[in-house]
Design a binder for this molecule. Structure first.
Ligand code: C2O
Ligand code: CU
Ligand code: CU
Length: 528
C-alpha cells in the first residue's frame, strides 16, 4: 500500500455506542474488589450480539483481512491454588480472518495472542466493559495517532470504539495494553496489573523463509509479578510505603509466567524459540540459563537481528521483548534446563517486596520428555535489512534529561504529563531523522519508550556514577530495532529515529508504569 493510500484511508471510525448501563466505579486502588468486579461482569449479557448487529449496520464495510472484537472486562480466574482471583482481562472473538489470528496464552488471564501478517488490513472493535475509562494501545506498532490508543481518546465504560490499520511492521513480538490517563493520573499500571495486557505477533516473508521453530517449539512467555492478599486477591500499591512504591515502581511478591506461577514444560530434544515479553509494571529481568550456557538472541522489540548474537544473560526491562533460540538437541531424556532471572544489585532501591529487584528466581523449566531428531540449524543470517537510519554528525540531537521531582515522581526535561500539549522542543518534522539522547541523572533505571515507531540504539555511555543497578550491563541488547530502551542511572543513551508516514500526536515516556502514571510521560508532535 502506498503512502498516499495510507493517508487517504480513514484511520479510525470512532463509532461509540452504549454496551452496558452505568457501572459502579471501583472504590479504592489497593485491592481489586471482588463484589464490584463480579457485579460488573454479570452485566455483560447481550452486549456481544447487540453490539455486533449494530456494528454491521453502521460501520463502513471497508474490505479488511482481519476483523475481531476485543473487550476489556472483569473476570474470575484461578492464578494460585485455592480461591480464584478477580482480574480484568481481554477477551477476543474473530469475525473474519485466518483461523490462527487469535489463540489463548496458557490458562491464565493474559490477553489472547493476536497473530497478524505484514500487509494485512485489520479492524478491531474495542469494547470497554470496565467501570472506568480505558484505551487499547498497540505497543510498538507503526500506526496512525488516532488508532494508537492514547489517553486523549478514551473509551468510556460501556462504550466501544472501532479502529482500523494496516500492518506495516516487521515480524516480531509486539503487545497491547491500556493507556488511560485522567486528571488524577495514569491508570496504565493499575489496569495492566489487573490483567489487561496481551501479546501480538507479526509475521512476514523474511521470517517465514528462515523456517524458525514453530508449533510446540515456539513459546510465547509473558513475565509479570503480582502480590496477593488473604483470599488470593490481587493487591496493588497498598498500604504503608506506597509513596516509595510509586517512586521506584511496583514489585510483586511473586512472578507469574502467562498468568500462572512458573512451571515445568515437557519438551522434545530440538531447538526451541522463546519469545518473551516483560509485561511487568516495573521489574527488570536478568534472563539466564541455569547451566550458564550463553543466551542466543534472534530478535528484539522490532523484529529479527541481522544475525544471531550470544550474551551471558539478557536484561529485559518493562515493555521490552526478546526472541531467543535454545537448542536442546544435545540433551538427554529427563534432563532439565531452567530459564531464570538472575541476581543483580539494585541497592537501596530494591524495594520491600518479598521478591526485591535483583532477586534470583525461576521462570520456566524445560524438561526433556521426548527424543526428537531434526535438522533445524540456527540460521547464520536472519534479517539483512538495515535497522539504523543513516545518521551523520549533522543529524540533529534532542536531549531529554530524566530527573526526579522531589516527592512528585520523575520528570523529562523538568516536565511532567500535561495531556495532549507539546512544548516547542517536542515538535518534530515528518520524514526527519533525529538523535534523541536520554540522560539519566536520577537513581532509578528508566525504560524509555517512544510510540509509533521502532528506533536504533546508537550508543550508550556512563557519564555519572551509580552505586546501584549493577550487573545488568552485559545483557543490554542494543542491536536491532527497539521501541523501548533502558537508561540505567548515570547513563546517556542515544537513539536514532525517523518519523515517517503519520502526522500528529504520539507519546514518549518511561515504561516503568508507576513512573509513567505519575507523570513521566509527554506527547511529541509530528508535523509536515
Ligand atoms: Cu506500552 Cu505508551 O506504551
Ligand atoms: Cu507504546
Ligand atoms: Cu522511569
Amino acid at each position: 500500500m502506498s503512502d498516499v493510500d495510507k493517508h487517504r484511508l480513514k484511520p479510525i471510525d470512532q463509532t461509540r455506542r452504549k454496551l452496558l448501563g452505568g457501572l459502579g466505579s471501583l472504590a479504592g486502588l489497593s485491592a481489586l474488589r471482588p463484589a464490584a468486579l463480579l457485579a460488573a461482569s454479570d452485566d455483560g449479557t447481550g452486549a456481544g450480539t447487540a453490539g455486533r448487529a449494530a456494528s454491521a449496520k453502521d460501520e463502513p464495510q471497508q474490505a479488511v483481512d482481519v476483523d475481531f472484537r476485543l473487550s476489556a472486562e472483569p473476570d474470575t480466574t484461578p492464578i494460585l491454588p485455592g480461591t480464584p482471583s478477580e482480574v480484568w482481562r481481554y477477551k477476543a472473538a474473530l469475525i473474519t480472518g485466518p483461523q490462527d489470528t487469535l489463540t489463548p496464552v496458557g490458562k491464565g488471564f493474559v490477553g489472547p495472542l493476536i497473530r497478524l501478517r505484514r500487509g494485512q488490513r485489520v479492524r478491531a472493535r474495542l469494547e470497554n466493559r470496565l467501570s472506568e475509562d480505558t484505551t487499547v494501545h498497540w505497543h510498538g506498532l507503526h500506526v496512525p495517532p488516532d488508532v494508537d490508543g492514547q489517553p486523549r481518546l478514551p473509551i468510556k465504560p460501556g462504550e466501544s470504539m472501532t479502529v482500523a490499520f494496516d500492518v506495516d511492521d516487521r515480524a516480531g513480538l509486539y503487545w497491547y495494553h491500556p493507556h488511560p490517563h485522567g486528571p488524577d493520573g495514569g491508570r496504565v499500571g493499575f489496569q495492566s496489573y489487573a490483567g489487561l495486557a496481551g501479546p501480538l505477533v507479526i509475521e512476514d516473508e523474511t521470517e517465514r523463509a528462515l523456517d524458525l521453530p514453530d508449533g510446540e517449539q515456539e513459546m510465547v512467555l509473558v513475565l509479570q509479578d503480582r502480590s496477593f492478599a488473604g483470599d488470593n486477591e490481587l493487591t496493588y500499591l497498598g498500604g504503608a510505603g506506597s509513596m516509595m512504591t510509586r517512586m521506584r515502581g511496583f514489585l510483586g511478591d511473586r512472578v507469574l509466567v502467562n498468568g500462572r506461577p512458573p512451571e515445568t514444560r515437557e519438551v522434545g530434544t530440538r531447538p526451541h524459540r522463546l519469545r518473551i515479553l516483560n509485561g511487568s509494571n516495573s521489574r527488570i529481568y536478568k534472563l539466564a540459563w541455569s547451566d550458564d550456557r550463553p543466551v542466543t538472541v534472534l530478535g528484539t522489540d522490532g523484529g529479527l537481528l541481522a544475525a544471531p548474537e550470544k550474551y551471558p544473560y539478557v536484561t529485559l526491562a518493562p515493555a521490552q521483548r526478546i526472541d531467543l533460540w535454545v537448542d536442546l538437541s544435545a540433551a538427554g531424556i529427563g534432563d532439565q534446563l531452567t530459564l531464570v532471572s538472575d541476581h543483580y544489585r539494585a541497592g537501596t532501591m530494591a524495594g520491600g517486596s518479598n521478591l526485591p529487584a535483583g532477586a534470583r528466581f525461576d521462570l520456566v523449566t524445560l524438561r526433556m520428555a521426548r527424543r526428537e531428531r531434526g535438522v533445524q540449524q540456527l540460521p547464520k543470517v536472519l534479517d539483512n535489512r538495515p535497522t539504523t537510519p543513516s545518521v551523520s554528525p549533522d543529524t540533529p540531537t534532542r536531549t531529554f534529561e530524566l530527573t526526579m521531582k522531589m516527592m512528585r515522581g520523575f520528570a523529562i526535561n523538568g516536565r511532567q504529563f500535561e495531556g495532549a500539549t507539546v512544548a516547542d522542543d517536542e515538535i518534530v518534522r515528518l520524514g526527519d531523522t533525529e538523535i534523541w539522547e536520554f540522560v539519566n541523572t536520577s537513581m532509578m533505571p528508566h525504560p524509555m519508550h517512544v510510540h509509533g515507531l521502532q528506533f536504533a540504539v546508537v550508543d550508550r555511555e556512563q557519564i555519572g556514577g551509580s552505586r546501584y543497578w549493577n550487573g545488568l550491563n552485559a545483557g543490554l541488547v542494543d542491536t536491532g530495532r527497539h521501541d523501548t530502551v533502558l537508561a540505567l542511572p548515570g547513563e546517556r543513551v542515544r537513539i536514532a529515529l525517523t518519523f515517517t508516514d503519520f502526522e500528529g500526536f504520539y507519546l514518549y515516556h518511561c515504561h516503568n508504569m508507576e513512573h509513567e502514571d505519575n507523570g513521566m510521560m509527554r506527547y511529541y508532535r509530528v508535523r509536515a
